[in-house]
Structures are given as structure tokens and as C-alpha cells.
Design a protein around this ligand. Structure first.
Ligand code: MG
Length: 250
């Protein structure tokens, strides 16, 4: 079932989104050569708690931290560790969310530690632009396929791969609600977007190939099949009469 949010509920989601954004930016600021992925998680976690909010990810399906921190060929769901040190030139994807008064925010950002390669910089820029294009396509009356198509076309025009197995999602009183929001699809096809829908839109773009695989040991980390880097950007977006509104941005 797709839950449409009232304006009062959207106000609470805006606050959850604002906290999620500030937590994510604290994580981004903590990315530097020599920092551990646990240092990044701690920065995120502290901000969420400072607003009296609850980390959405902590304990979700047994996930042990407030943020997913995924380095280079890790696409999503990297588990923070005090033993994992960030190195110069790594690209680091941080994904986090906060629950505020029962409503969730969810957002992600990829950033380089020091100076990344030209290829990695292009990958990050293209993925971020995929998200912008996807949000622009999230107009009332448009369809889910318009969002997926916007991401896929732009990523593929740069020769990059598009992750198919993991997708964006509806969000509200739970982190994952209907509908699924794929990063691929046909323009003009799929569910029609209506005011009151809130979607977590999150392109995951690989430097090469669409394929990914899950770490068998930790049961969480998703890596590219190619072993080459991947980038991930995400915002929580409300569909309104006046167009898309990004809730995880001040
Ligand atoms: Mg998400």
C-alpha cells in the first residue's frame, strides 16, 4: 500500500530529513585519510542523538551501526569498523537516516578522501547529477519510469553501470515502504506519482558493469562484481502539487 502524507506529516518528515542531512554532512566532514570508517559512523551517530532523534539504521535487520560506510568497490551496506582505515584517494559512500517523532529521513553522499582519480571524480559527479535528474523527474503526474529512465540514460551515456538489485523506496513511518523506486526503467511507464508520496531516490552507479555481489562473511556489504568503484547519492523527496521538494536538504 502506498501511504500519502498529510501536510502535518510532511512537516515532521522535513524535520527528520533535516536531522538526517546534518548527520550525513558530519559524516562527510569526518572523511579524511587516516580516519576509520567507525570514526565516520560516530560523527553521524552523535548528530542524530544531539537532536533527540533515533538512528534509523541501527538495529535495522540487525545492522550494527547508525551509518553504512562503503569504500571504493563497496556499493552499499558497508559496516563501520575501527580497523578499516581510509586511504588517500579512496571514495567513501555514507548512507544514514534519522527517526524523528515516528518519521524517517534517509540520505546518502559519496566523497573522496584527499584527491581521487579523474575517473572516480567523474563517477561521483555523474551519480550526483543522476540524482538531480531523477528529482527533477519526480513531478506529480509523471510516472516511476520517468525517474528510473532519467538515472539510467544519463549514467549509461557516460559508460557507467546501473545497479539493478537494490533500489530506492517509499519512506514515512517506516524506512522502507512501497513503492520500489528503481534506477532504471522506461519513461512514461509505471506507477503515477501523486502529491503526498514521499520517496527515497538513490542512484547507485558503478564504474563498470551493473553486477554486484554480497559479502558472504559479514552478510551485509554489497560490492561491485567488477571490483571497480561505485558511487551512491540519495535524498528523501516529497511529491507536491508544486513539484518535488527535497526533505533531506535545508
Ligand atoms: Mg534508502
Amino acid at each position: 500500500m502506498i501511504v500519502l502524507k498529510t501536510s502535518r506529516e510532511l512537516e515532521l518528515m522535513r524535520e527528520a530529513g533535516r536531522i538526517s542531512h546534518l548527520a550525513l554532512m558530519a559524516g562527510v566532514k569526518a572523511v579524511r585519510p587516516g580516519a576509520t570508517t567507525m570514526d565516520i559512523n560516530r560523527a553521524v551517530h552523535d548528530v542524530i542523538l544531539s537532536f533527540g532523534a533515533t538512528p534509523s539504521f541501527l538495529g535495522y535487520g540487525g545492522f550494527p551501526a547508525a551509518a553504512c560506510v562503503s569504500v571504493n568497490e563497496e556499493v552499499i551496506h558497508g559496516i563501520p569498523s575501527k580497523h578499516r582505515k581510509i586511504r588517500e584517494g579512496d571514495i567513501v559512500s555514507i548512507d544514514t537516516g534519522a527517526i524523528y517523532k515516528g518519521f524517517h529521513g534517509d540520505n546518502a553522499f559519496t566523497v573522496a578522501a584527499g584527491t581521487a582519480s579523474d575517473q572516480c571524480r567523474e563517477l561521483m559527479e555523474v551519480t550526483q547529477h543522476c540524482l538531480e535528474l531523477a528529482i527533477r523527474a519526480a513531478q506529480p503526474g509523471n510516472r516511476l519510469g520517468d525517474i528510473g529512465s532519467a538515472v539510467e540514460q544519463y549514467a549509461r551515456s557516460h559508460g557507467f553501470g546501473v545497479v539493478q538489485e537494490y533500489v530506492g523506496h517509499g519512506i514515512g513511518t517506516e524506512m522502507h515502504q512501497e513503492p520500489e523506486v528503481p534506477n532504471f526503467g522506461k519513461a512514461g511507464h509505471g506507477l503515477r506519482l501523486r502529491p503526498g508520496m514521499t520517496l527515497a531516490i538513490e542512484p547507485m552507479i558503478n564504474m563498470k558493469g551493473d553486477g554486484v555481489c554480497q559479502d558472504k562473511k559479514d552478510g551485509w556489504t554489497i560490492r561491485t562484481a567488477s571490483g571497480l568503484p561505485s558511487a551512491h547519492f540519495e535524498n528523501t523527496v516529497a511529491i507536491t502539487e508544486n513539484g518535488p521538494v527535497i526533505l533531506t536538504r535545508p
